[in-house]
Design a binder for this molecule. Sequence first.
Ligand code: ZN
Length: 185
Amino acid sequence: MKIRLKEIPQDGRSYSFDRASAELNDALEDIVGEHDYAVELYIKPIGNAYEMTGSLKTVIPETCSHCGYEFELSIDRRINEVLFEEVAVDRKAQSVHGNHSVDFEKDGPSMTPVQGDVFDASEFVHEMVALSEPFYPMCGPNGQCLRSKEVEEIRRRLEAESEFAEEEKPSPFSVLKGLDLNKKN
Ligand SMILES: [Zn+2]
């Protein structure tokens, strides 16, 4: 879904994408699967750049990094970007950092470069979903695993079992004892 920024009127334009409107279905398939998504964008020219605000809501399939159960992670993010035409010098600087967008400050808008006055909404939304994936996904709310206790119990049991297995193994001494010719039966 490519948006020609020059065609956007001075008072801005709104865009809505979801599974029914289907513009981003193919682009997001590998990351949201069959889940629903809702993307709202409002783009408005500001001088040489464009202000883009909106929201992104979806659900992605995840595996809990603690208990290994699969769950659905809700993503609900606000969009606050400045789209600017990327010049060659900037591109070089960007690639050094390997970053697609540069955050000015935590609550301020992010800078998103565009080329040839075309904003690729598919790529942007895909990246935003990908960046919303935590490194260590947890199946419960607030970064907690819902099966923490269960996992701890299993871990304890496995540890106990492996200790028990250690004890069961004949030690070199008990083997020697069995060979002890002086041993009285
Ligand atoms: Zn879990």
